[in-house]
Design a binder for this molecule. Structure first.
Ligand code: ATP
Ligand code: NI
Length: 308
């Protein structure tokens, strides 16, 4: 059974359509990478999982179900309980996600309860120096602050951790260490991960499954190896740098020429059509419905040919 199901989710910010019918599933204990260009809707989808959207956001159609609970239809107290019991969040800017006026140890105790063994939880994220406990967030490096944020998010052993580009602000060596901490803690606790990222190959190395977003929809989802090794959506193919069919016609796919769309309402056809080497007439005015190609769910009129 799915731990998280997002079905046909539509989210608008005054005049901008951020999600245009997004579908996503995360199973218990599974690690899923959600990738896509800037503006494709990753953060909107990640926040929607906990109904943590900015004030300006409006849900149109669709639903989000976490552990059997319809997130957008819950009264406030049940939503709080669901978040506390089932969900953890880690964001891009760790310092901003911590309370600047409170020592690290006190913040952890607030989440964990008075008697909690703060040292143990910091040790789990490889922060063994006792000075960390007494430090204020601004006294920590970005990598250390992110470990504290991870310790807090994972302290309750949530069923699902949503990590929105948790390493984007860190340098590359620290990045790997922080990801190692996230993935090993989650594996030990049986926590599912939804990791939002720009980097398809990096995600494919660590995750069981990958979901690729474009124009506010998940255009391809499936096992990481298949999505990366034999993409069935032209956009994934471009990201993976391997579109044999198009390459044979001498089309250079990487980087993808053109710009991502900024939608103001529902896309009339496939949002990728203007940049797509496979596009034909119907792609501009027929919205692709999900099709199964191999082990992937794909939104493309020509998915069979792309994967072939
Ligand atoms: N608070 C907001 N108010 C208005 N528009 C917003 C808001 N947040 C996001 N958007 C718009 O919604 C769309 C999706 O943005 P979102 O942040 O979800 O994408 P993203 O894939 O996370 O991008 P990035 O990789 O840059 O983080 C974009 O067009 C963005 O400009
Ligand atoms: Ni984002």
């Amino acid at each position: 059974m799915s731990l998280l199901t997002v079905r046909n989710l539509v989210i608008d910010y005054a005049g901008t359509r951020a999600l245009d019918g997004a579908d996503l599933e995360v199973a218990q204990g599974e690690t899923v990478g959600l990738v896509g260009e800037s503006g494709s809707g990753k953060s909107t989808l990640g926040s929607a999982v906990g109904r943590l959207l900015p004030r300006a956001a409006r849900r149109g159609e669709g639903e989000v179900v976490v552990a059997g609970e319809p997130v957008f239809d819950l009264p406030a107290d049940r939503l709080r309980r669901l978040r506390r019991k089932h969900l953890g969040f880690v964001f891009q800017d760790p310092i901003a996600s911590l309370n600047p006026t409170m020592r690290v140890g006190d913040q952890l105790r607030l989440v964990l309860g008075r008697g909690a063994d703060v040292g143990f939880h910091l040790g789990r994220v490889k922060l063994d120096d006792p000075r960390v406990m007494r430090a204020y967030p601004h006294q920590l490096s970005g990598g250390m602050a992110q470990r504290v944020a991870i310790a807090m998010a994972m302290a309750t052993e949530p069923e699902l951790l949503v990590a929105d580009e948790p390493t984007a602000a860190l340098d590359s060596q620290v990045r790997e260490e922080v990801l190692n901490v996230v993935f090993s803690l989650a594996a030990a606790a049986g926590t599912s991960i939804l990791w939002l990222s720009h980097d398809l190959p990096a995600v494919a190395r660590r995750c069981d499954r990958v979901a690729v977003m474009y124009g506010g929809r998940v255009v391809e989802a499936g096992p990481a190896r298949e999505v990366l090794g034999n993409p069935a959506h032209p956009y994934t193919a471009a990201l993976a740098g391997s579109a044999p069919a198009a390459a044979a016609h001498g089309v250079r796919l990487e980087p993808v020429p053109g710009r991502p769309p900024v939608l103001t309402g529902p896309s009339p056809g496939c949002a990728f059509a203007p940049r797509c080497p496979f596009a034909e007439e119907r792609c501009e005015h027929e919205r692709p419905e999900p099709v199964r190609v191999g082990k992937q769910d794909v939104l493309c009129h020509r998915a069979e040919e792309v994967a072939a």
